[in-house]
Design a protein. Structure first.
Length: 147
């Protein structure tokens, strides 16, 4: 599979994980089981998103800039987005761990969701054409994270 297709597939899985997390929050009744489900979905989604960004920063982006140095500024912007989302993920995880009110959790999740979607769209506009031609002998999990 071309790297552009791999990236789109990972983004689709992350969007699905976000949808499941939103649903767990919407369905969450003040019961222990609902709280556990929300905790599971939030931690799973946050870990998957963080793992994806760490892999891109560590593996994929250096491979891209090696072949396409003109994309250095674009990749720096994407890395800045990753740092911002990492901060938002930490806030969401803190809210989940402290059993924040559903409205507070929704606010954290929606802020992260908005930045994530904007980031994915920008990343796809800027990189899919490059990824179509990128020749890498690497595992997709290494380059794009565990999801």
């Amino acid at each position: 599979m071309a790297w552009s297709e791999e990236l789109k597939a990972v983004h689709a899985r992350l969007r699905q994980a976000l949808a499941l997390t939103r649903q767990a929050l919407a369905d969450g009744e003040p019961t222990r089981a609902a709280s556990r489900d929300l905790l599971l979905f939030c931690h799973g989604f946050c870990a998957a998103l963080s793992g994806h960004h760490l892999a891109e920063d560590r593996e994929l982006f250096p491979a891209i800039v090696a072949e396409h140095p003109q994309l250095g500024e674009t990749l720096r912007k994407l890395e800045q987005d990753h740092a911002m989302m990492s901060h938002l993920i930490a806030g969401l995880q803190t809210a989940v761990d402290s059993h924040a009110a559903p409205a507070d959790l929704a606010r954290h999740l929606e802020g992260l969701a908005a930045i994530m979607e904007s980031h994915f769209r920008y990343e796809e506009r800027q990189l899919l054409h490059v990824l179509d031609t990128l020749e890498l002998d690497a595992d997709s999990r290494q380059m794009l994270g565990p999801l």
